[in-house]
Design a protein around this ligand. Sequence first.
Ligand SMILES: [Zn+2]
Length: 353
Amino acid sequence: MSSSSSSSASNTDAETLRRKRINSSKLYLDVNPSKVPVIYSSYYDISFLGIEKLHPFDSSNWGRICRFLISERYLDKNSIVEPSEASTDDLLVVHTEAYLNSLKNSMNVATITEVPPVAMLPNCLVQMRVLSPFRRQVGGTIVAGKLAKERGWAINVGGGFHHCCSGKGGGFCAYADISLCIHFAFVRLNISRVMIIDLDAHQGNGHERDFADDGRVYIMDMYNPQIYPFDMTARGYINQKVEVVSGTATDEYLKKLDKALEEAGRNFAPELIVYNAGTDILDGDPLGGLKISPDGVVQRDERVFRFARERNIPILMVTSGGYMKSSARVIADSIINLSKKGLIDMASQGGRK
Ligand SMILES: [Zn+2]
């Protein structure tokens, strides 16, 4: 009896500390109304001695997406929202101190990012060149929650590290940006019902573990069960599991998605949707195993945005995995399509009307 009451007291203490950290965070920037809720910083891009080329993820992908949108005049450079970098206090909202300390060992970062030579680098360089860009993207996902609430939608041209949970990273994911964003939304936006729609090819085991028994979060995950991470425990935490096996093509994929969205809409009425829009479902992706055409990805994103916008639910999108050179072009095309269909409005001073 006494042990259970002391454990519930320490839970309350932990929750109080979490709220304090969230309320004192500087990540919820006041964004000028002239800006468009597309979030990006040149600090996102990881580039260091060529080590970034050792992972199939193209770490200049994020910058290229923006360059396409800007050069084709869909987005004005000055209207992009520049996020701040998440601080240690921000990260502690979800992460354990032990986990953050483990990142002070370059060997652990090498394992998480799947780039073995990172193990040989002094940790100060790893912090500066690898982890700091990730922390900036975390800041982007967190402020995307605020902007989605204010504007109806937001797109972080990065983030979506869905394999990382409070105490463990992996699969190129060092910080749990989705879990962090949702905790910030609970406290700062006074939201209590969030839906995660995770359509990256891989199962989103990070947020699944973080929100395992949390009734405030509804998780729909459509993933290939034949690839990483094979996290059976986390699969048990998915509210709506949609498995798509290797070789699944566009038509079948979109049909399954339509059915899944319909069911999700019947099951749960969220106040915010976090959309993890990995493009590793593309045909030819070396990791995803699926056969979705570039137009299929555009259709997929349109369906998810339509689902949210028709119901008046704020939606934020993060770009997550995608391991082909063509991913950036497909993401840019998809954002352009959302704009043409009137599902997002990227017009600002200088933007295309
Ligand atoms: Zn993935």
